[in-house]
Design a protein around this ligand. Sequence first.
Ligand code: FCB
Length: 467
Amino acid sequence: MNQDTALPHSAAAVADDPFTPPASSALWRSDFLLGAATASYQIEGAIHEDGRLPSIWDTFSATPGKVLAGDTGAVACDHYHRWEADLDLLESLNFEAYRFSIAWPRVMDEAGRPNAKGIAFYKRLLERLKQKGVRTFATLYHWDLPQHLEDRGGWLNRDTAYRFADYADLMSRELSGLVDAWMTLNEPWCSAYLGYGNGHHAPGLANGRYATQAMHHLLLGHGLATNVLRANDPASTKGIVANVGRGTADSSSPEDVRAARRFEVQHNAWILDPLLKGAYPEELFELWPGTEPLVLEGDMKTISAPLDFLGINYYFRTNVKSDGAHGFVEVPLKDVERTQMGWEVHPDGLRDLLIGFGRNYENLPPIYITENGMASDDRVSDGEVNDTQRISFLKRHLAAVDAAIKAGVDVRGYFVWSLLDNFEWAFGYERRFGVVHVDYDTQVRTPKRSAELIAHFIAQRRALDGA
Ligand code: FCB
């Protein structure tokens, strides 16, 4: 293969390639998908256009003190207007799959009627991806709840789960045949815990009892929506995306070991047990006494409807010790590698979690890593961004995925978070997660070296495959 024709950008960037996995890696299999991920509120902007209604993130980010530097998603990456060029960029970087999310407030009005202009945007996007031969992974809910639903209680109101199923019904009728994989919810842990439990995210409520009830309604909405998606769009696959956390014990004392287990119960089993075992983990309510949600007959059956795949988002590990009672406290490790977020770089955590899920859940569906990546303070210099820490981060996490596959876990693909630098929720624009740099003053996109190396790897795979 001629390297120069395979490379979208500078051949020099890959001359000394620190990225390509070893020949023995399962990642060379051409059916292991390599993709990039984004989310509507983080990239689209155009919050008042074509009938889009306000979302809880518009309200939250406009509230002083909630988001770093007072940033909002009003403009973000202006992707609503620049989507064609962004998809060309995605294609030039050789990504085989694109995970994006649909903004609920763009596609439905308050009465639940379709908003044709908003729907047309996603249709155009999906049609273009199909023309390019890119696999389409659409998330229905990546946190931008219509504000009018929050005004009626949001995820604390059981009715929101049914409104979510209506939204899934509309989308799967309108977009049927264009979506390869549907994801109902992105990271219900964040929606429930950060949104209703500690208030760090929209809508900004802080009550432990709220968190468990919001979670129950989110998962109920997932189950109802999954049934609707199956009926309307049988050819696609259906899943959900969970963020998972690795907890390790600060000492080998039984108390600290239990604390680490409870960290993982709170982060992982809280979501995965109801989905895959049809019950909440009892230990959750020992950790948070008195927070049992109201569960109606039949709910757990709806929630545990079979999944075609499970999306896993993984970022870091947390070292914990016992808090002296039922719970855990973090003990930050010294002298470990961290990212711009302060998150510890710990690829083994991803491997260990995947292998652990394989052991713990008999019916574990095939897995996609739907997000993994890191923030760094990237700057453009001479037209290039040399994001060396990210290159090493991605390489090590892909190796962890390979190790899990070799240990028998069925992992089918990996999406880097994120295609573009974007609005990083409560941290605004300061934290740059993209493999493509965005200059927010000019909206100029500059692929970072990590993007060029991923593109190079995919090109090598294609060449081997004779594609
Ligand atoms: C995840 C979110 C995603 C992004 C990354 C860094 O929790 O799903 O939108 O912000 O974290």
